[in-house]
Write a protein that binds this ligand. Structure first.
Ligand code: GLY
Length: 597
């Protein structure tokens, strides 16, 4: 069975704010290096890559490269690439290991977006493996009997938030289109590590400890993450025989082995049987799941075209809007330490988030002004709003060219930071940029067959209307929730020059846009662009990464009229620059590396 369908273009939508602040907790686990045991277990090349990241240096290679959030996953991908596999082959190995060693962020129970530059045809395309709302779900899934939105974690924890996973179908579809290696061999690393065990990383242990109460709600999940009732500790050796068995099924039967049969039955039973908060996912939803091919959405910036994932992601459109507005200003002359640069970036982001909140959703369900949102003239007009000296007193959505009479009310979906990003370049000139997620850290907290199930449906707006006007990103049966994931390939004269992306909820958009500015405008190499301190503005408040040099910008930005919030900003950027050589970088805030030969 093919789980793939080709869809036409895309389109999209919008924002909101105040409800978000009270909820944001999930990204502040201290970034620590891997344990010494983990480092000893790595190959010499991977140990060198860990050192390079610690020293802030790019990793350079001639033939291929992989950058992702965990050294085990990177090594699995490197082995595939070394043996002549493609970037698509390597991605299968990377993702299946990530689902084991970084289970809180992504895995078989989640969804992903993949941007692909094909070396042979010299063309760009994207695959949408976003979760879908069950056919039995109603637009009021996340409302109480009075029609009021549920509290965020009341909605998240349990079966109600679980959408039909897309990742297993994506692995198969990417391999079917672009793979060279034998399908079963791509699961070897994940199976071996699941059977023999891996050391629990500092990040995983920290997140388990913080989330222990929620993880304890469901027996299978509790048994795995809180063995004997106590949270996993850093350095514990963890095996996962159920996961090894699931990978064996995928290796033998392909995605069918996941979407039908006993694994599908177990998923449905887990979702529908979730005590206190059951969901409505069915085996029909699983059997009907389709990956969709969509055109890439590109926006011009300086000498580049910045290309990525269109609707149902808001990623490429919002990154493209921010950069499209900044295009009118000389950030290179202003420099990275100039408050004026950050005023421009901050207010360009606010204007882009206003459009995101109104117009962006699953364009298979709602009409969207996709082309209008990244139209050069529209963005040049919006950029004129940035001509002053102070923070804009208020921002509102614009009026992009829209061949549809409908308008939408502003959305209020909450997205917390988790997720993972993979960048890969292979020896055949293929480039892959994929962001993958189960949404919140540990998703719905439900676990079956060795993997966690997503809570992606909470990326929909909990409200359906505002003052009688429908919200584009409201839940509808079969629809895909709006995402912020921004897997990106930057093109120059028709050739790829940078693959980049990050986790981080709706801050993904700021992380990716500012890393591109650092690289394109401020002369940063790829590692410097990922390591640079974060300043992110979505809805008005300026988040500044605490403990970094960016704190010096607090007072000038406050004097311009911004409310400033110093906090951890745990991105997980992974990027590869493609030039005469390959140059890779990994975010120092997470546990990953870049590795190549
Ligand atoms: N759930 C995170 C995102 O899709 O943006």
């Amino acid at each position: 069975m093919s789980k793939m369908v080709k869809s036409g273009l895309c389109v999209s939508m919008m924002m909101t704010a105040s409800a978000v602040w009270a909820q944001e907790t999930a990204d502040s686990v201290a970034p620590e290096a891997a344990t010494s045991g983990q480092i000893q277990a790595l190959s010499e090349a991977a140990r060198a890559a860990v050192s390079a990241k610690r020293d802030g240096q790019v990793v350079e290679a001639q033939n291929w490269m992989v950058a992702a959030a965990n050294p085990h996953a990177v090594e699995a991908g490197a082995e595939v690439l070394r043996n002549g596999g493609t970037a698509a082959d390597a991605m299968v190995a990377v993702q299946t290991v990530l689902g084991l060693v970084e289970p809180q962020s992504s895995g078989l129970g989640g969804g992903a977006f993949l941007v692909w530059y094909d070396g042979a045809s010299q063309s760009l395309t994207t695959l949408d493996a976003r979760e879908t709302a069950p056919l039995a779900a109603t637009p009021r899934l996340f409302q109480n009997e009075a029609g009021e939105p549920l509290k965020f974690f009341e909605a998240v924890v349990g079966g109600r938030s679980v959408g039909t996973p897309g990742t297993p179908a994506l692995l198969e579809e990417a391999h079917r289109r672009w793979g060279r290696a034998s399908w079963p061999s791509l699961f070897d690393a994940g199976i071996e590590l699941a059977e023999q065990g891996f050391e629990v990383s500092p990040r995983l242990a920290g997140l388990v400890e913080r989330d222990a109460e929620r993880l304890a709600r469901f027996p299978t999940t509790a048994e795995y993450f809180l063995p004997g009732g106590a949270p996993l500790q850093v350095g514990d050796v963890l095996t996962n025989s159920a996961y090894a068995q699931t990978l064996n099924v995928l290796a033998a039967k392909g995605a069918d082995g996941f979407y039908t049969g006993s694994i599908a039955a177990d998923i449905v039973a887990t979702v529908r049987g979730a005590e206190g908060n059951p969901g409505v996912l069915s085996q029909t939803d699983l059997a009907l799941y389709q990956v969709k091919e969509r055109d890439a959405v590109c926006a011009a910036y300086r000498a580049y075209d910045v290309c990525g994932m269109g609707p149902p992601s808001s990623g490429a459109l919002t990154v493209g809007q921010i950069l499209g507005m900044l295009y009118s200003y000389d950030l290179a002359a202003l420099g990275a330490e100039n408050p004026e640069s950050w005023r421009l970036i901050g207010d360009a982001s606010r204007l882009a988030f206003a459009d995101r909140g109104r117009y962006m959703a699953d364009s298979d369900y709602v009409p969207m002004p996709t082309a209008g949102l990244v139209d050069k003239d529209y963005l040049a007009e919006r950029a004129k709003l940035l001509a002053g000296d102070d923070a804009l007193p208020e921002v509102a959505p614009g009026n992009p060219e829209f061949d549809h009479a409908l308008n939408w009310a502003n959305d209020e979906a909450i997205e917390l930071p988790s997720t993972s990003h993979i960048s890969i370049v292979d020896q055949y000139g293929n480039v892959l940029s994929m962001t993958t997620t189960i949404e919140n850290a540990f998703g719905s907290r439900l676990m079956t067959n060795g993997f966690l199930l997503n809570n992606e449906l909470t990326d929909f707006s909990f409200r359906t209307h505002r003052d009688g006007v429908p919200i584009a990103n409201r839940l509808e049966p079969g629809k895909r929730p709006r995402s912020s994931m921004s897997p990106t390939i930057v093109m120059q004269d028709g050739a790829p020059v940078l693959a980049i992306g990050s986790p981080g909820g709706s801050r993904i958009i700021g992380y990716v846009a500012t890393a591109i500015v650092g690289w394109a405008d401020w002369g940063m190499d790829v590692q410097q662009a990922l390591s640079a301190p974060h300043l992110v503005n979505r809805f008005g408040t300026y988040d500044i990464e605490q403990g970094t040099d960016a704190e010096a910008l607090q007072t000038p930005l406050e004097e311009m009229g911004y409310k400033v919030n110093l906090r951890d900003l745990t991105s997980g950027l992974h990027a590869i620059e493609i030039g005469e050589t390959l140059k890779g970088g990994a975010d120092p805030r997470r546990e990953g590396i870049a590795l190549g030969e």
